[in-house]
Design a protein around this ligand. Structure first.
Ligand SMILES: C[S@@+](CC[C@H](N)C(=O)[O-])C[C@H]1O[C@@H](n2cnc3c(N)ncnc32)[C@H](O)[C@@H]1O
Length: 288
């Protein structure tokens, strides 16, 4: 199995400082790369993921009595903590975004090449609205606002119009079709891009489908209620909108904080780490 490569791993470990008996929540456990490293220092890990396939991968991969996998969404961190831990924790890690398999697998709808689906829900059992619903039902103004506000797509208006025109022929049911509608517009207008022209539209759809900004805001407010006084929260984001939410939250509360970027060496070895930003903070007010 091609496991997801954990980003900024040494920085996360040195910031969270795991040791025997310390309790951490890995709120986006994924394939368990970060969890494994924390466990190797003797810590106890509660690993949460909203995606049951990923949680199963982590559970099968990690064979350690100190690892407790939990299917859930980090927006419900208080409920999960009450049920499973109910003691202040030493640290919490959130590694936002998707794992490599989620991004590329057909049938999940996250990929430009997916010829089966444009679903994008992390947990279809719990979430009613898929990206397919959104792309086929939002009106022009709603699509325009979604693309321009969430991912600052320069061509939000004409792309919204193209999408509506295409879905009048037949509903958009695959990532491949949506990617080709967007590509056709860029080709027609001779617009060249260094990334896939559908990147920003797919990102906006994924964020909307999974309510990612709302969930992150709720997590930020709630997580400080369950952490020890000197505990640390570490958040890795891959998108300027997410990082802005984290940065503004930390600044608003005047928490002691640090920021880390991947080294050139890490970026060379793992291209997907290039946009990662790690912010860590201790949720107690700094003395001014
Ligand atoms: C970048 S991957 C994490 C990779 C992991 N750190 C590792 O080393 O394998 C992000 C994971 O977060 C999960 N996820 C995203 N949003 C979530 C949420 N709101 N609650 C719980 N899990 C979430 C995704 O399903 C995915 O498995």
């Amino acid at each position: 199995m091609n496991y997801h490569e954990p980003v900024l791993l040494s920085e996360v470990i040195s910031e969270l400082n795991p040791s025997p008996h310390k309790i951490f929540i890995d709120a986006t456990c994924g394939h368990g790369g970060h969890s494994q490293a924390l466990l190797s220092h003797g810590a106890i890990i509660y690993g949460i993921d909203a995606d049951k396939t990923n949680l199963k991968i982590a559970t099968n991969r990690i064979n350690n009595k100190n690892f407790y996998p939990i299917l859930g969404n980090f927006k419900d961190i208080i409920k999960i903590w009450k049920k499973h831990i109910n003691n202040p924790v030493d640290g919490i890690l959130v590694d936002l975004g998707l794992s490599n398999n989620q991004q590329s697998e057909s049938g999940r709808g996250f990929s430009f090449n997916d010829n089966l689906s444009i679903d994008m829900r992390l947990n279809p059992d719990k979430q009613k609205i898929s990206a397919e619903n959104i792309i086929n039902t939002y009106d022009e103004e709603q699509l325009y606002l979604l693309f321009s506000k969430i991912s600052q797509e320069k061509f939000s208006r004409p792309l919204a119009q193209q999408i509506i025109k295409a879905r009048q022929q037949s509903p958009i049911k695959t990532g491949q079709r949506l990617a080709s509608i967007i590509k056709n517009y860029f080709d027609l207008k001779h617009i060249s891009t260094h990334i896939n022209p559908a990147t920003k539209i797919f990102m906006a759809l994924r964020i909307e489908t999974n309510q990612e900004f709302e969930n992150l805001n709720k997590f930020l407010n709630d997580s400080q209620k369950i952490i020890k006084k000197d505990g640390k929260i570490a958040i890795i984001s891959f998108h300027s909108g997410e990082d802005r939410i984290v940065k503004n939250y930390i600044n608003k509360h005047n928490f002691k904080t640090s920021r880390f970027l991947p080294s050139l060496n890490e970026i060379k070895n793992n291209h997907l780490s290039r946009s990662a930003i790690l912010r860590t903070y201790t949720p107690i007010k700094q003395n001014l």
